[in-house]
Every structure is written in C-alpha cells, then in structure tokens.
Design a protein around this ligand. Structure first.
Ligand code: SF4
Length: 390
C-alpha cells in the first residue's frame, strides 16, 4: 500500500488567515494527505503567518528550532529527514512582495533557511503543483480545479468579500502585507453564498479587512463618517444574502467605525444577522486616534455604539484597543479607560503597542512607553472592562 503523506498546518492571526487555512486544509484533504497535529510526524509543514505583532512573527521564526536534523542545503534541497517540505504563507510573505512591501524576500529567506517555498495568500492555489513537483502526489495527478472538490462537512463557512486594505492605520501592517483593497463582484459572492446554502451550509461569515467599504471607491469611502446617512453597497449585500433560502445566520468581520453608516445600523435588525458585532475603537483619545489615522473621534464612536444599541436592543459589542501607543500620556490613556467604562463592551481585545517595521507609526513616532508601563495599562484596562461588564 502506498504511504500517505502527513501534513501539519499551523495558523497564526486573524479570521482571514483562518479562512485561508480552512481552504488549504480542504485542498490537502482532498488530495489525499492526512493531517497530523504533531509537528514531528509531518512530511509537509505549512505555516500561515501573521505580521500584526512582532510576537506573532517571532513565533514563526521560533519554529526553526523544531528542525532537529538540521537544514543545511545542498543546492536548493535542505538536508533533513523530517519534515521533507516546508511552506510559509500569510502576511509575513505578503510583506515581502508587491509595491507596498516592507522588506525584501531575502530577509525572510535568511532568517528562515528551513522554509522551501514562500507563498503569498493568493499564491496558495499553487500548493497542489508544488506537492506534485516535490513527489507528494502520484505522477498521474493533474492540477486542475476539478481535482479540488468544494469544502465539506461543517455547517458554517467564510466568504471573502474583499482583500487588502487602503486605510493605513499608522500602526498596522495589513495594507502592506495584504495589499490594495479590492472588492469581489456581487455576482461572485452571491453565487458562492447560494452554492454553500445548497450544499448544506447554514452560517455565513463575510470577511474583509474593512467590510463596510465593500464596493466603494477610495474617494467615496473616505468621505463617509460614523453614523452618517449614506447608503452602503455592503448593507445591500447583507440584505441580498439574507434573502437566500437555507442561510440561517450571518456575521461579518472586520468593521471600522468611520464608515459604519445609519444604513448599516438598520441592517443589523435583520433576524439572521448575528447579535454580536465587533468594531475596533483602538483608543478613546482624539489626539491618539488622529496619530493612529483612525478617521473617527471618541465622540463619534460613542454615538455609533449608542445608535447600534438603540437600534438592536441586547446586541453584544466587542472591540479592539491598543495601549501604550507612542506618546500616549496618562491623561490620554484615562480617556480610553473612560470610554470603556461608559460603553461596557462585552468583549475587548486589549493589546500593547508593538512597533512594526515600515509602518507610518514606526517611521514617525518613537516607541517611548516602557514595556512595564504598557503592561500596567494593559492590566488596568483589562480589569476595568471586566468590572464594567458586571
Ligand atoms: S482598517 Fe486599519 S487596522 Fe484594520 S487592517 Fe486596515 S489598516 Fe489595519
């Protein structure tokens, strides 16, 4: 009997990566490879990386210590027993290609000589041909779409409605790592949703770095303000998917405050839309928000959350907050504390500012809040959020 190759797939970071990994897993399963949760047993290792924080990148660099048998190369082939093939994808690779790159690919190649292939998220469709070339698939295998049946099994699915981001929040690597913001066509999205519903999927999560601005030009979206009266193509898209028979629940990620208009607030009332919504505040201080290039003020954010709660009583709200942004004074931090006390978030992901190479914040501001102080603010705010919920 032919030996089945085993793969180990590790995902770092956000829902966009989880979605990509789910697609990679389906591809590998359909190609006949078997998943292992044990790195040591894997023939093929795939790491889907995240660049949002230095700590996320460090975790990926740290994987190298698992290559016990060494990885010195003879030509392009590393000398080692296991794993035989290693592929790195996700935002670390995205940051090294295209016109928005933050560093050269050679930087990653030098830091991770144990990686055989560096693929951007959109290049992961090349995985079958790489596996074929490297001898993990029978020679008779042909790489075409029909060899890769659609996802199966589970009842919830992600649909990418857009890729990339043009917002350039000053601390964020996504506009570099994932490139320009591009909306998929409505026709394609509706066809995918209808197909998923017809094969048994009941829950759909629409994904994009900035779903609210789906279908808008840059000029249109940057003219919007939180809670304004503009009609949004995204709100209409939600209504259209809501009409698909078979779909029972819908959610979406990620939403920004600045282009969250009244039209979108009204769609939250639709019965299939999730009663949990995530909107990143990042700070409660206007000066810090401006330095972050967030395009909303604390007052606008507070009004937006109040409008959403008025429109959908009982809706749960989650948020993201960064503490210790360069130059954040105690007073500015306390403005963030105030907003958390006032809005009583159901969930708050609080992170300490982490300087990211090539971002505007890294170029313009000194990372001058000591780690000890960042940790204090993180703990203080975590306790406030917990108490405010009670
Ligand atoms: S909206 Fe801001 S934080 Fe979100 S991905 Fe785009 S640049 Fe990053």
């Amino acid at each position: 009997m032919e030996k089945v190759s085993k793969y180990y797939l590790k995902t770092y970071g956000c829902a966009a990566n989880e979605k990509d990994s789910r697609d990679i897993k389906n591809t590998l399963d359909n190609l006949g490879l078997a998943e292992t949760k044990n790195f040591g047993f894997a023939d093929v290792v795939i790491l889907n990386s995240c660049s949002v924080r230095q700590a996320s990148e460090d975790k990926v660099y740290g994987v190298g210590k698992n290559y016990k048998s060494g990885y010195s190369r003879t030509g392009s082939i590393p000398v080692r027993e296991y794993p035989k093939l290693t592929i790195l994808t996700g935002c670390m690779v995205g940051s090294a290609v295209g016109k928005r790159k933050r560093y050269e690919l050679i930087y990653l190649q030098n830091k991770m000589p144990w990686v055989d292939y560096f693929l951007t998220s959109s290049q992961t469709k090349e995985i079958p041909s790489i596996l074929l070339k490297e001898g993990f698939l029978p020679k008779t295998f042909t790489c075409n779409a029909s060899s890769l049946p659609a996802r199966g099994g589970i009842l919830s699915a992600y649909i990418n409605i857009s890729t990339g981001c043009d917002n350039f929040c000053s601390y964020c690597v996504v506009p570099y790592a994932r490139g320009e913001e591009v909306s998929r066509s409505k026709k394609e999205i509706l066809a995918e949703a209808e197909n998923l519903a017809s094969i048994g999927y009941r829950e759909i999560t629409l994904l994009g770095q900035n779903v609210n601005s789906w279908g808008l030009s840059q000029k249109e979206k940057f003219s919007l303000r939180a809670g304004s009266c503009h009609k949004l193509p995204f709100a209409q898209l939600l209504r259209d998917i809501h009409n698909i028979k078979g779909i029972k629940k819908m959610s979406f990620l990620s939403s920004n405050p600045f282009d969250f208009t009244q039209d979108l607030i009204q769609t939250l009332k639709l019965p299939k839309i999730s009663r949990y919504i995530h909107i990143a505040a990042q700070s409660g201080d206007d000066e810090i928000l401006k330095k972050m290039n967030r395009r909303h003020t604390a007052k606008e954010f507070i009004k937006l959350i109040k409008d959403i709660r008025k429109s959908v009583p009982g809706i749960e709200i989650g948020t993201d907050i960064i503490v210790g942004f360069p130059g954040e004074t105690e007073k500015q931090f306390m403005n963030t504390v105030k907003i958390c006390k006032k809005l009583k978030f159901n969930v708050a992901y609080i992170s300490m500012y982490s300087e990211r190479l090539g971002t505007t914040a890294q170029k313009m501001y000194k990372d001058n809040i000591p780690l000890k102080e960042k940790k204090r603010r993180h703990k203080f705010l975590t306790d406030i959020v917990k108490k405010a919920k009670l």
